[in-house]
Write a protein that binds this ligand. Structure first.
Ligand code: Q9C
Ligand code: ZN
Length: 342
């Protein structure tokens, strides 16, 4: 399977608030090395094509995009330290829909979590990451059965107008738009990252041309805490086109895999003609920030099941922080998929 990858992520390494200390983000540059090492022998690496900026505008609001393009410059001019992040976010019983003018205000307005900051090279890296997703989707619309975008930074937490959860541009949504523009009338999203794909859900919540599914740590205890409950099913034209599978801490492979079957069945039943897999492997038992118990040996079966749907498939890298095993776990999914399609 073609793996779309680039070195342009390397200079992006944000800081995150851990308890009361700013630490280097768990979302590290070394993650890409781990995945490349595990894929190098069996899969060709290809470079990204030029980003089609109109895709960014299909997925994100114009005021968010213009803010993100200039936030680091503004931050550096005000000399506020090594990483730009908010201190206050619109919250319950605040109207929350008026856009402030100051840098501090805008960082809160266009962000939603203190685990995520902007450094000098963040926006450049995020745009390349989006180009990786675009390219993988174009490889699939060009006739390949599947492709993998080794995206970094990840994307599934980024909403139409907010960064958070290590995500700035929603790469999975970019891939969906490429598939839609190429004529796929309805596209499924299978978000298997440990965390709820709140950003992807937000972007497509009122649409019936995208069927969004996510399996994740129950937001009652896990980040992003406020979305991903089973009763979130879409609204307006999109009612019934979102499916959430929140699961308890300590979930093992068997119940997790049963949830995956339900999601894939729902995508097939909805008549989707292509699928985007938000491929997080922070479901791994040894993940340092997550609480599911999948084993390295479990990952090939995930790829096999996804392949059994028979659909053109775009895999997008999301989370996974056990860096030593990250590559092997991703390779398990992709190799399982390929073995089942051979
Ligand atoms: N102390 C993705 O997997 N912050 N994002 C955790 C840990 C939230 C993860 C803080 C994790 C976001 C793409
Ligand atoms: Zn995650």
């Amino acid at each position: 399977m073609q793996v779309v990858t680039s070195d342009d992520h390397l200079k992006h390494h944000a800081l995150e608030l851990d308890s009361t200390t700013l630490i280097p983000s768990w979302e590290t540059p070394t993650r890409v090395d781990s995945v490349r090492k595990a894929l190098a022998a069996d899969h060709p690496f290809v470079a990204p094509r030029t980003l089609d900026e109109s895709l960014l505008h299909s997925v994100h609001d114009a005021d968010y995009l213009s803010f993100m393009a200039t936030v680091w410059e503004r931050w550096a001019a005000e000399e506020r330290g090594p990483a730009a992040m908010g201190v206050a976010w619109p919250s319950r019983r605040m109207a929350g829909n008026r856009r402030p003018t100051s840098l501090r205000g805008l960082l809160g307005y266009h962000g939603f979590a203190a685990d995520c900051s902007v450094v000098a090279d963040t926006w450049a890296a995020a745009k390349i990451s989006a180009a990786l997703a675009q390219t993988a989707a174009e490889i699939v619309t060009g006739g390949e059965r599947a492709a993998f975008a080794l995206c970094r930074p990840p994307g599934h937490h980024a909403t139409r107008d907010q960064f958070g959860g290590y995500c700035y541009i929603n790469n999975a949504a970019i891939a969906v738009e490429v598939l839609r523009r190429a004529g796929h009338a309805r596209v499924g999203v299978l978000d298997i990252d440990y965390h709820h794909g709140n950003g992807t859900q937000d972007i497509f919540y009122e649409r019936n041309d995208v069927f969004m599914t996510s399996i994740h740590g129950d937001p009652a205890f896990e980040f992003p805490y406020f979305t991903g409950f089973a009763d979130e099913i879409g609204s307006g034209a999109g009612a019934g086109f979102t499916r959430n599978e929140p699961l308890p801490a300590g979930t093992e492979f068997e119940p997790w895999f049963a949830a995956l079957r339900r999601c894939l069945d729902a995508i097939i039943d909805a008549g989707c003609s292509a699928v985007v897999v938000s491929t997080g492997v922070d479901t791994f038992t040894e993940d340092p920030i997550s609480q599911f118990r999948l084993a390295t040996d479990d990952y090939p079966a995930i790829g096999q099941l996804v392949a059994s749907a028979g659909l053109p498939t775009v895999f997008i890298m999301e989370g996974g922080y056990a860096v030593d095993e990250l590559g092997e776990n991703v390779a398990g999914i992709l190799n399982g998929f390929e073995e089942a399609t051979r």
